[in-house]
Design a protein around this ligand. Structure first.
Ligand SMILES: NC(=O)C1=CN([C@@H]2O[C@H](COP(=O)(O)OP(=O)(O)OC[C@H]3O[C@@H](n4cnc5c(N)ncnc54)[C@H](O)[C@@H]3O)[C@@H](O)[C@H]2O)C=CC1
Ligand SMILES: O=C(O)[C@@H]1CCC=N1
Length: 269
């Protein structure tokens, strides 16, 4: 395990990872964070007891760097820290679209880079994190990355060529489920239910369905068929979803997210 870890760019994702490291038992004095805003620095120190440092201090002093700035800010950050990052430092990038080649080229030298796409359920130790090794990252670097991420959820190794797809599927994935919940609650309102009651019904349904899917080992088609009585209510709803081409909309939507991930990597200089 790296003795000192630094998170550079501690926004929503950076903080989610920070909270996971702390819950997993890492001492606050073994984590450094960087931010752009002084009020954010104060809040992170007060909440987690971690040291807020500059990007250069983090890059010099930490054994592993987690880069969690937006893809659009990655080029600037890498240019800033490149002069002080030694070639044996593990660099983990969690940014959508940013390739390990992009990071290596800007840091210079044979730096071990691991690309990660996680998601916000890191906050409840139920993240889906997918990881890929850059050209100079070895088994030990993948193992270290897994050790960091396993306490906050599931970790899967994938080829880097699948990272943009995974970003669209599991990185953005939680947002699709929240969107679905919003839409279903609206349907409850349309049917005359109080908002709070509709939200309770939908939340418990999605949690129950998610746990069945995870724990039963059954295929989702089987689970859906078990709900769908012949001539019943569910098939009436499914018929409307099919009529509105909701499945096709998901295929197009996730393809668009994959394309946007590629674009974010490509447009950054
Ligand atoms: N939000 C999400 O669900 C997920 C986000 N990601 C990735 O995580 C990264 C961050 O995303 P969010 O946390 O949503 O964005 P965010 O905007 O909340 O966080 C980025 C943070 O980096 C800081 N920052 C920017 N440039 C900096 C610099 N040079 N030095 C220090 N701090 C700097 C910003 O002030 C901000 O606090 C992105 O690359 C995104 O693709 C990955 C998976 C899921
Ligand atoms: O929306 C985004 O760009 C980030 C990457 C995956 C989830 N959120």
């Amino acid at each position: 395990m790296p003795r000192m870890i630094a998170i550079l760019g501690t926004g929503k994702m950076g903080e989610a990872l920070l909270s996971g490291l702390v819950r997993a038992g890492r001492a606050a004095d073994q984590i450094m964070v960087t931010t752009r805003r002084p009020d954010r620095a104060k809040a992170l120190t007060e909440t987690y007891g971690v040291r807020v440092v500059t990007n250069l201090e983090a890059a010099e002093q930490a054994d592993a760097l987690i880069l969690a700035v937006k893809p659009q800010d990655m080029g600037t950050l890498l240019r800033e820290i490149a002069p002080v990052v030694p070639s044996d430092k593990l660099v983990i990038s969690v940014a959508a679209g940013i390739t390990t080649d992009f990071v290596q080229a800007r840091l210079g030298g044979p730096i071990p880079v691991v690309r990660v796409m996680s998601n916000t359920p890191v906050l409840v130790d139920e993240a889906m994190s997918v990881i890929s090794a850059g050209a100079h990252a070895k088994e030990e670097h993948l193992k270290l990355t897994e050790d960091l991420l396993q306490p906050v959820g599931k970790v899967l190794r994938i080829p880097e060529s699948q990272q943009d797809g995974a970003t669209a599927l599991s990185g953005s994935g939680p947002a699709y489920f929240f969107y679905l919940v919003e839409a279903m609650v609206d349907a409850g309102i349309l049917l005359g239910m109080p908002r709070a009651a509709a939200l309770d019904m939908v939340k418990q349904s999605i949690v129950g369905a998610a746990i069945m899917l995870r724990d039963s080992g059954e295929h989702p088609v089987i689970l859906r068929e078990a709900v769908t009585s012949p001539g019943g209510t569910t098939i009436a709803a499914i018929a409307e979803l099919e009529r509105h081409r909701v499945r096709a909309a998901f295929l197009d939507a996730i393809e668009a997210a994959r394309d946007r991930s590629r674009e974010l990597g490509g447009t950054n200089k």
